[in-house]
Design a protein around this ligand. Structure first.
Ligand SMILES: *[C@@H]1O[C@H](CO)[C@@H](O)[C@H](O)[C@H]1NC(C)=O
Ligand SMILES: *[C@@H]1O[C@H](CO)[C@@H](O)[C@H](O)[C@H]1NC(C)=O
Ligand SMILES: *[C@@H]1O[C@H](CO)[C@@H](O)[C@H](O)[C@H]1NC(C)=O
Ligand SMILES: *[C@@H]1O[C@H](CO)[C@@H](O)[C@H](O)[C@H]1NC(C)=O
Ligand SMILES: *[C@@H]1O[C@H](CO)[C@@H](O)[C@H](O)[C@H]1NC(C)=O
Length: 532
């Protein structure tokens, strides 16, 4: 009965009062017409009006508690015929405070979406916002619960959801629910994601170019079949040598490289501006005495060789597939993780390559990583690419559809990313540029920002200045036509040295003017590389 009244009321309101935020109070959470979702069937819809709602701080994804939310929550459950899946799309609609925008939010690691943790900050700012689980049990650290079906075969339906299908469902459902609730389509639609979420954003630009006006893709997990196997490279190097350096030794090498190359850019700030220019050679450290765990250790030839190979990445030198290595300055603790077990150092495989290789490439839950040397690495890499490139590569450089629909794609990546290689983002930018050819100016629809000294998704464990508001820059680009030249950035509160910087639009680099405070972005310009 109530929903009928609201329906009638919507028709008698004048257009003027209709646009007034107060009219939102008349809307009912349950009065939502569902969209047609191509290739999927809606199996359930849940509505819930939440008043003064709180989402408590949950590290690492939600650093601060969000409270006082007044939202209408709509959860749409759908299934793709033949996939035997049950996908949930969760939409939060701010009551009375809508800013006219819709945002789709992405996942991290093995999760396609972060649910409440991603929705809360956006809803608090007045955005209609959505997240999807892609039909996967939530676990950012492992795909174990869904990767294989009951007969031990790779669950291609769910992998397809994780790779691309569910991102589009989220866009279709989220935008339709938003339009139905507010009786007005969103003025602008955006994507917000980092890591897996960054990859999902690029998939949208490539495959569903009309879904979003603006896409923010941080540290995107693109070239997935290649880069995820390349994440195993440091462990393969240590296995091959049968030498597992301590984390203290590895940390020493990272800091020594930073000290050696810090001032190449003319400023001593504990940051290597362009790691590709840093020619620090680990073999020069052989024989150095370093203090580790209260003891003095001498750097050996073997350990120096391991560090050199990790930085170089797998390459033609070894007759192996060529891929990016970790940048100088990136922490080695994740991909070259070692711990002490029964008195000796052992290697630990990072959970993304572990889950990928164990379940999807090998389909062997008992796969033993401790034996993977160069030969196995080569074999795994080739198989990963052959089996999955078309399914989850997420690296199609053809963005002509996105360009045509006047979309804007803002990519950014930390240059000390310890998990996903920033060189791969630069590679994708160059591939898009090349694909577009002379007739298209890539900077009209794609801009990339590489942030010196910043870790994965700007978590703040490294000393670089982190872009403060790349999403705001994207909104200005879309709604105001202000294409970002540089992102303003500030060091994390935990950093020893505090400063602000400009993160320049690739391929420009930041250069100190030679005068002025070095802790202020005002003393820097974005210049062409050759002048730097
Ligand atoms: C909202 O919830 C908080 C607790 O999170 C409570 O202290 C406050 O009184 C509530 N406000 C209203 C208007 O109910
Ligand atoms: C959407 O855009 C129109 C036209 O610019 C504007 O009048 C309206 O206020 C916007 N809607 C919201 C909810 O901001
Ligand atoms: C290193 O491996 C250990 C043991 O698996 C794990 O507890 C730790 O979190 C890992 N460290 C990093 C930085 O990934
Ligand atoms: C590139 O993408 C556009 C738009 O999606 C499509 O029409 C065109 O066929 C694609 N080009 C190639 C070579 O696949
Ligand atoms: C909008 O663009 C103008 C210049 O075209 C600029 O001065 C202004 O700061 C921009 N506003 C926002 C919010 O981006």
């Amino acid at each position: 009965m109530l929903s009928v009244l609201v329906f009638v009321a919507a028709f008698v309101l004048s257009p003027l009062s209709f646009a007034h935020p107060l009219s939102h109070h008349a809307l009912s959470c349950a009065d939502i017409r569902l969209p047609h979702i191509p290739g999927a069937k809606v199996i359930d819809v849940q509505y819930d009006e939440k008043r003064n709602h709180t989402v408590p701080e949950t590290l690492p994804f939600l650093p601060e508690t969000v409270s006082g939310l007044n939202i209408c929550e709509v959860i749409v459950t759908l299934s793709h015929p033949g996939a035997n899946d049950k996908v949930s799309v969760q939409v939060w609609l701010p009551i009375g405070t809508w800013n006219g925008r819709f945002v789709g939010t992405g996942g991290q690691g093995w999760a396609a979406g972060l649910g409440d943790l991603a929705l809360a900050p956006f809803a608090a700012e007045g955005f209609a916002v959505a997240s999807t689980d892609a039909g996967l049990p939530y676990n950012p650290e492992s795909p174990q619960a869904w990767a294989l079906d009951t007969s031990g075969h790779v669950n291609i339906g769910l992998l397809t959801n994780f790779a691309s299908r569910s991102v589009h469902d989220l866009a279709v459902v989220g935008k339709a629910v938003t339009a139905s609730y507010y009786k007005n389509a969103a003025n602008h639609s955006y994507w917000y994601g980092c890591s897996t979420g960054g990859r999902q954003g690029l998939v949208e630009a490539q495959k569903y170019p009309d879904d979003f006006d603006g896409i923010l893709a941080g540290a995107p997990a693109i070239y997935w079949p290649e880069y995820v196997v390349a994440e195993l490279w440091p462990q393969a190097v240590m296995n091959e040598a049968q030498v597992y350096p301590s984390q203290c030794e590895l940390k020493w090498f990272t800091q020594t490289a930073i000290d050696a190359c810090d001032e190449l850019d003319g400023v001593k700030d504990g940051i290597i501006n362009d790691p590709s220019k840093c020619k620090y050679n680990p073999s020069t450290a052989v024989g150095s005495k370093i203090k580790c765990d209260g003891k003095t250790t001498t750097v050996s030839t073997e350990v120096a060789e391991i560090v050199r190979k990790i930085w170089e990445g797998p390459g033609s030198l070894y007759g192996l597939p060529r891929w990016s290595g970790l940048t100088l300055g990136a922490p080695l603790d994740s991909l070259a993780n070692t711990t002490v077990s029964h008195g000796t150092h052992v290697g630990n495989t990072f959970f993304v390559p572990e889950g990928w290789i164990r379940y999807f490439v090998e389909a062997d839950p008992d796969f033993d990583f401790s034996k993977v040397g160069y030969k196995d690495f080569d074999y795994i890499f080739q198989r990963s690419v052959a089996k999955y490139e078309s399914l989850i590569g997420s690296d199609n450089p053809n963005l002509s559809g996105f360009q045509k629909s006047n979309g804007k794609l803002l990519m950014w990546h930390g240059l000390s990313d310890q998990l996903i290689f920033p060189q791969d983002s630069a590679r994708y930018y160059q591939e898009v540029d090349k694909y577009g050819g002379r007739s298209s100016n890539v900077d009209d629809y794609l801009r990339l920002f590489l942030a010196p000294g910043v870790d994965h998704c700007g978590a703040g464990t490294t000393p670089g200045a982190i872009p403060s508001d790349p999403f705001g820059a994207l909104i200005s680009w879309v709604e105001n036509g202000t294409a970002p030249e540089a992102l303003s950035a500030v060091t994390p509160a935990t950093a020893r040295e505090q400063f602000t910087r400009k993160i320049c639009r690739y391929p420009l680099v930041e250069k100190y003017r030679g005068h002025g405070k070095v802790d202020s972005a005002e003393s820097f310009d974005c210049v062409e590389e050759c002048e730097a």
